[in-house]
Design a protein around this ligand. Structure first.
Ligand code: GLY
Ligand code: MN
Length: 485
């Protein structure tokens, strides 16, 4: 622990016996543990291929990819640990990653040699296993052995203690994913070499973001599974609508019901569930979720289940709580659906990512102009200098999706917004219309209506597949879905 960090404030309430008698006793009479080796997990071969592609980008340089550390929530309680996405992508290790692990690719004559450093299991001759509430086996469960992890992930492993010798030789030829483990980055910077930066850019984080732009078959299968699991979460919410409407904080019940499915069938949610009923739907990331869900409301639910592999879906559906859209709700809904469908229709290899947004925006401009909400024509509004229609949809239409909900975020603009689509890319299409409750530019009956429809899209060899097409999305199908629930 660095000098600057205060120790966790638990020492004054510790009741752990300190006598030698106790230490001798608790370290004795434990049965031997067989070191049974698992078969390699499915993603291990894909992770090896990803490491090979990274290796080819950085011949002769040492590459360091930390999983990161647990983050303190308050005092001695941590948030649930979540490995850095680049680490998980390159190792295939997901929710069961041992915190603090580090993947190192050491340059060799013909590429790189990968070693995964992790904290080895503590022996019963240590006091860690019973006395350390952060990492001890009695407190959080056993860690796998080095041999088990090596077999499971198909990569050589070493004890984390040996990583100290690697960290001591960080130099200008070392590339570190700087955002993954701030303490390690501070140590690297203290060596006086610019470990991993070029013009202030975290080079390795950028390259790893870009490597993830095209998903491999394992990743695509995980995305399908994440979407199917997420659908079950939405079904659960609809089935609970009677209880949800009856509760003064029905939005919390929506969140609870969805998140229950996420924990039961996946790892957790891929991001905080947005359960936004009535006016709250006009708040793009409404996660306070403390409002009532009234029968005449539309409820916007933006939620995704993350699997144990850490791949997540990101789906939004906007549902009429009563089972029937009003005329004006349906008008808005159909405009958003039209924008989503128009955007989806152009997706194929070779087009630019930003064309998807432009296509959705044309529909949003045309409909809001037709309704008389814009001070100019749709065509004029679409001029870069105008953009009046964006008052009603200030967010973008699409983002890459995968092991992160906003995947590949460090990729260069050339490859992201200005990038050309390739088969295997996965991203959202999520247009919306949000008429704030106090927006004087729209008639009263539109105020307080917020609609977003978000699907997860896979680019195929000659077009695209909507991975979430099985989650009802037309107004009539949504009404029938709520009625069935
Ligand atoms: N699902 C939340 C977002 O895409 O920002
Ligand atoms: Mn999204």
């Amino acid at each position: 622990m660095a000098d600057s960090e205060a120790p966790r404030a638990t020492a004054n309430r510790s009741t752990t016996p300190g006598s030698d008698t106790f230490k001798d006793y608790i370290s004795s009479e434990w049965a031997d543990r067989p070191d049974t080796l698992p078969a390699p997990r499915e993603q291990s071969a894909f992770a090896a291929d990803r490491r090979a592609r990274l290796s080819a980008l950085h011949t002769g340089r040492r590459l360091v990819v930390p999983a990161g550390q647990s983050k303190v929530r308050s005092n001695d309680c941590d948030y649930p640990f979540r490995a850095h996405s680049a680490f998980s992508h390159l190792t295939g290790w997901g929710s069961d990653t041992v915190p603090g692990s580090v993947l190192v690719l050491e340059p060799t004559a013909d590429g790189h040699e990968a070693t995964l450093y992790l904290r080895a299991s503590a022996g019963r001759d240590s006091d860690e296993f019973y006395a350390n509430s952060e990492i001890g086996e009695f407190w959080i469960g056993p860690r796998p052995s080095l041999a088990q992890v090596a077999a499971d992930l198909g990569v050589a492993t070493r004890d984390l203690a040996e990583f100290e010798a690697v960290a001591a030789t960080f130099d200008a030829d070392t590339l570190l994913v700087r955002e993954a483990d701030p303490e390690l980055t501070r140590r690297a910077d203290a060596t006086g070499t610019a470990v991993g930066t070029a013009d202030g850019v975290d080079v390795l984080a950028r390259d790893l973001s870009e490597l993830r732009l095209v998903k491999d078959p394992y990743e695509v299968s995980q995305m399908r599974l994440a979407v199917a699991t997420t659908k079950r979460g939405f079904d659960d919410v609809i089935a609970d609508f009677d209880d949800i409407v009856a509760h003064p904080r029905g939005e919390r019940l929506v969140e609870g019901t969805f998140n229950r499915r996420a924990r039961a069938d996946g790892n957790t949610v891929g991001y905080d569930t947005i359960a936004a009923s009535g006016d709250h739907a006009c708040v793009l990331h409404w996660t306070r979720n403390d409002g009532v869900v009234a029968s005449g409301d539309l409820i916007l639910i933006d939620a995704g289940i993350e699997l144990e592999s850490l791949y997540t879906a990101d789906i939004t559906r906007t549902l009429p709580v009563s089972g029937r859209f009003t005329e004006v709700q349906r008008l808005v809904y159909d405009a958003v659906l039209e924008a989503a469908d128009a955007a989806f229709a152009i997706v194929k290899p070779g087009i630019r990512f930003r064309e998807i947004h432009a296509t959705a925006m044309r529909v949003i401009a045309e409909r809001t102009a037709e309704w008389g909400f814009l001070p100019v024509s749709a065509e004029e509004s679409l001029e870069p200098d105008h953009q009046y229609h964006r008052r009603y949809m200030v967010h973008g239409t699409s983002h890459h999706l995968g092991i992160d909900v906003h995947d590949c975020a460090a990729a260069r603009r050339d490859l992201y917004l200005d990038g050309v689509l390739e088969p295997g890319m996965v991203f959202t299409i999520e247009p919306g219309l949000y008429f704030q409750p106090d927006d004087l530019t729209v008639p009263a009956e539109f105020r307080g209506i917020g609609v977003r429809i978000e699907d997860d899209i896979l680019v195929t060899g000659d077009g695209a597949e909507n991975l979430s097409v099985g989650i009802p999305r037309t107004a009539s199908d949504v009404e029938a879905w709520v009625a069935r629930g």
